[in-house]
Design a protein. Structure first.
Length: 441
């Protein structure tokens, strides 16, 4: 059986290298399967005192001479850590990142317009290589299926460093690379003045900029709002931090902050305890998992419209599908309004006159299947709206169409570089004999 010293060390290793004495005692008890004597807690305390230079007993008559343990938050706080794990402290890691970066950046820059990172720079290597290792050691279980990325810059110093925790599928770029440029993820972002660290559920811009080049700001803000709505549980642990200023007069930094869903702000010179920082990360990972399960930044859990397999066979059709899916996001903002428009039109296609009940009979209990087409493309509608203001819609903004007409109007719009095609113009394009046959049903 292991000695008390061995179990005390093992217990702290299992707890990530540091823990309050109460947690340490629980873990020792667990390791010993409850096989404890009446004074076992005193034994553990003696092991700690006799093997640390932080105690007079460690170097005194009864000390072992080994400096194995240390007082994480100072004497009398009851939080113990392993010396070998001292650099693995989350608190120490964040403090070092938040206090040493700007000094090193300034020291090494010779050309302000091209702030190159010197080859082999120790701090840059520590950030990109060691920080992910530290996180994975401290949070072995919580981060098992995630990737930790940290950066001082790619060849050139960034204005401020960051640490991101990425889900391999959520943050997957088209080229197969897992990157914080896309998706959404928990992230630590240090303010340029090194006063604050923002810990938040943030978003990457890559996919947004690719899919909505004229609507990046609105789309990112929408994504943050959708995450807050989908995860009301976040209010138990975090708050809205989107108005935090990380860097003055920097539009990119301001836009990124606005894209955060929720989080916490830490003062670097007064960071919370190790236990609180660890709990915050664990709580954030739970919120991240919930976000993934509930559809992420989209306005609904699933926005896909069903298509036949032959429709998915060509790249041209995929572009049309993408257009329709993007449009579906704006339609789902106010589903009651859309349902009313469908009802007012008797669930009948305004273009060709098709009514599904007449063709298929009792196809469902509600018999309300029909699609809503937003006549003006999303990016044009939103460009006219004030940021975070609710957009006003009228029934005239929509056309109620059958699935076939809905696909066709998008094909025609795509063919003409997204030119808006009115309902009347589209109706004129439909074969009159076809429309007459539908009327006779």
């Amino acid at each position: 059986m292991a000695t008390w010293k061995e179990d005390t060390i093992k217990a702290l290793e299992n707890l990530g290298g540091s823990a309050h004495l109460s947690k340490l005692l629980e873990e020792v008890s667990s390791l010993r399967n409850g096989k404890l004597n009446s004074h076992w807690q005193d034994t553990v305390r003696e092991i700690l005192y006799e093997n640390t230079s932080d105690s007079k007993y460690g170097s005194g008559k009864y000390g072992s001479g080994e400096d194995i343990f240390y007082s994480v938050e100072g004497k009398g706080k009851g939080v113990w850590g392993l010396r070998s794990f001292q650099n693995l402290s989350l608190r120490n890691t964040l403090f070092k990142l938040g206090t040493e970066f700007q000094t090193e950046r300034k020291r090494t820059i010779t050309n302000p317009k091209k702030p190159s990172i010197p080859p082999g720079n120790e701090l840059a290597k520590w950030i990109s290589r060691e920080i992910p290792k530290i996180f994975n050691l401290i949070f072995k279980n919580e981060l098992e299926n995630y990737q930790v990325h940290a950066s001082a810059g790619d060849g050139q110093w960034v204005s401020a460093p960051w640490i991101a925790i990425l889900h391999p599928k959520v943050c997957l770029q088209p080229n197969g690379r897992i990157s914080p440029q896309c998706g959404y993820y928990p992230v630590y972002a240090v303010s340029k003045n090194e006063k604050l660290i923002m810990f938040a559920l943030g978003q990457g811009e890559y996919n947004v900029r690719l899919n909505f080049p004229k609507d990046v700001d609105h789309k990112l803000v929408d994504g943050a709002i959708n995450l807050r709505k989908k995860i009301p549980e976040h209010k138990k642990f975090f708050s809205n931090v989107s108005k935090t200023v990380l860097e003055n007069k920097n539009k990119k930094s301001e836009r990124w902050a606005k894209s955060t869903a929720f989080g916490k702000i830490y003062k670097i010179k007064n960071l919370p305890s190790e236990d609180i920082l660890k709990k915050d990360l664990i709580d954030m990972m739970k919120m991240y998992q919930i976000a993934i399960e509930r559809g992420g930044v989209s306005e609904s859990v699933s926005q896909n419209i069903s298509f036949d397999q032959d429709q998915l066979s060509t790249g041209y059709e995929k572009k049309i599908i993408k257009h329709i899916n993007n449009e579906n996001e704006i339609i789902q903002v106010d589903p009651k309004f859309i349902r009313q428009i469908k009802k007012d039109n008797n669930y009948t296609c305004q273009a060709c006159g098709l009514n599904y009940e007449k063709v298929y009979g009792e196809y469902s209990k509600k018999k309300d299947f029909i699609e809503a087409h937003h006549i003006e493309p999303k990016f044009k509608v939103k460009s006219k709206a004030d940021l975070n203001k609710k957009m006003k819609r009228k029934a005239e903004d929509f056309a109620i169409l059958c699935a076939n007409c809905h696909r066709m109007i998008h094909r025609m719009m795509r063919k003409e570089n997204d030119r808006i095609i009115s309902l009347n113009e589209f109706k004129e394009k439909i074969n009159q004999k076809f429309k007459k046959n539908i009327e006779e049903l």
